[in-house]
Design a protein around this ligand. Structure first.
Ligand SMILES: [Zn+2]
Length: 205
């Protein structure tokens, strides 16, 4: 009897946690370029041209949860209107199995999230991106994507003024639409409500 009461109580506690935590259990993932064809992508993880030297994705399509995709489209529209610039995306949603592979190759938490905790990329809530002009030419951001050096840190100031300006435009615009910059990677941003979404391991195709 005591055991039954205990189990019922535990169940009740678990249910109350679930109902108040506001977690979206099975979020949909949407392909960003299907929603805004002016957004360009360069998914290096679908090629061997990345820090692992291996093809990690079977497709070069970039997915996010719908709320994040909407915010990214707003960023792109704002940049077009205000600066005559656009975005180019390197990465979005990343299956947990790929995170594990990356961690095996590069176990440094400054640049690769430990798969035990999961990355915000695994929730469809992080984006790696840069700025391009209206002809698609990348702006100078001081380093290449996935340059795991101090030069990629956002408080690294020993850079030419035009580079600092380009980084400032990207960071300020992303913040306006709900994204949090990453200290060690100028290209990486997390969406503010990432906690609402679970870690996923749905393959990309
Ligand atoms: Zn990232």
């Amino acid at each position: 009897m005591t055991k039954l009461i205990f189990t019922t109580r535990l169940l009740f506690i678990l249910l109350s946690i679930l109902s108040t935590s506001n977690i979206i259990s099975q979020p949909r993932l949407v392909c960003i370029t299907n929603l805004d064809s002016t957004i360009t992508t360069d998914v290096k993880y679908s090629t061997t041209n990345n820090f692992t030297g291996q093809v990690l994705y079977s497709s070069n399509k970039v997915y996010f949860v719908p709320e994040v995709a909407e915010a990214i489209i707003k960023v792109n529209n704002y940049l077009k209107t205000k600066y005559k610039l656009q975005i180019k995306i390197f990465d979005g949603y990343r299956p947990l199995s790929v995170q594990k592979k990356m961690w095996e190759i590069y176990p440094d938490e400054r640049y690769v999230a430990n798969p035990v905790k999961g990355s915000r990329h695994n929730r469809g809530c992080a984006v790696d991106l840069t700025l391009v002009d209206m002809n698609g030419k990348e702006l100078d951001m001081g380093t290449a994507y996935d340059d795991f050096s101090e030069k990629s840190h956002i408080n690294y100031k020993n850079l030419p003024p035009h580079v600092l300006k380009n980084r400032r435009i990207l960071i300020e615009t992303m913040k306006m639409f709900g994204f949090i910059p990453n200290k060690t990677e100028w290209w990486h941003f997390d969406y503010r409500d990432w906690k609402k979404y679970p870690i996923l391991d749905v393959p990309i195709d």
